[in-house]
Design a protein around this ligand. Structure first.
Ligand code: ARG
Length: 270
């Protein structure tokens, strides 16, 4: 009798446990994380958006933002439901790599432009940016677009700065693969000005990485950065929803303050 009692007890106990597990599972649905992480391309030569530390680790505003999308947030298993795996890629190859679907997305301070929208897709804007003219500190004669006529100008290959430079009458344009290189050329006196993203240049100057260079106060353009994906990407929706969550739950503001010591400006929804 005792033996039978014990078996019944065990059976009831295990059935109870089973029911409890089933109940828990249905109360807390887990956002099944993708088995395969999202491959995200970045060109880590762009302070403070993406930089590679001596250890090889990536850091920066874009890196924090992308990681926040992949991190659990209050009440949501993962903000955008996927894990992220970064892949370093030269900026110039970014668009064609996305087009060929060799990566799932790219975050690299990439400006949303009508031209690029013809071949790839972008998330909602996540950063308000713009192009600026950088000159040597002692140069007083370059003040605006008109004073750039006929000047020697350095730009990054494939960037919006490179497109802009093409519109300057008689400018002699030299192209470079990455930011640090064209600033060196400016300091060496080989070019008169650099046209590049204002925030990145101002950040480098402020943090002492760029000595002897100043940024002309008025911005040349207003631009917005977006996370780029191939056209009709299955991930774009989750990325957009995720950015929305980070904007409304304070995470975006935190990341912005961490890198820029200021409150973020208002961003358009699309
Ligand atoms: N915003 C500019 C563009 O889209 C330059 C971005 C450069 N980014 C980089 N990681 N090097 O063309």
């Amino acid at each position: 009798m005792k033996l039978i009692n014990l078996k019944w007890q065990q059976l009831i106990l295990s059935l109870g446990c089973l029911l409890l597990i089933i109940a828990c599972k249905s109360f807390y649905p887990t956002n099944k994380p993708d088995a395969v992480p999202l491959r995200v391309a970045t060109d880590p030569t762009f302070v403070p958006f993406e930089i590679q530390k001596a250890s090889g680790d990536l850091e920066g505003f874009d890196i924090d933002l992308m990681n926040a999308l992949a991190q659990p947030a209050a009440g949501i298993a993962k903000v955008a439901g996927f894990a992220v795996q970064f892949e370093n890629l030269p900026f110039d190859g970014m668009i064609s790599t996305l087009q060929a679907k060799r990566v799932d997305a790219a975050i690299s301070g990439i400006t949303i432009t009508a031209e690029r929208l013809k071949t790839i897709a972008f998330s909602r804007p996540y950063f308000k940016a713009g192009l600026a003219i950088a000159v040597r500190e002692d140069n007083q004669n370059i003040q605006d677009f008109n004073s750039l006529r006929g000047k020697k100008i350095a730009v990054q290959i494939g960037s919006t700065g490179a497109d802009f430079a093409k519109t300057i009458p008689n400018a002699k344009i030299s192209t470079f693969n990455s930011g640090p290189e064209f600033f060196q050329d400016l300091l060496n006196g080989n070019v008169d000005a650099v046209i590049s993203d204002a925030f990145a240049t101002l950040y480098a100057i402020k943090n002492g990485n760029l000595k002897g260079i100043r940024v002309v106060a008025n911005l040349l353009t207003q631009e917005y950065y977006g996370i780029a994906t191939p056209k009709d990407s299955p991930h774009l929706d989750a990325i957009n929803k995720g950015i929305g969550i980070l904007l409304s739950n304070g995470t975006y503001k935190q990341i912005y303050q961490k890198w820029f010591n200021a409150d973020p400006p208002q961003l358009p929804n699309s």
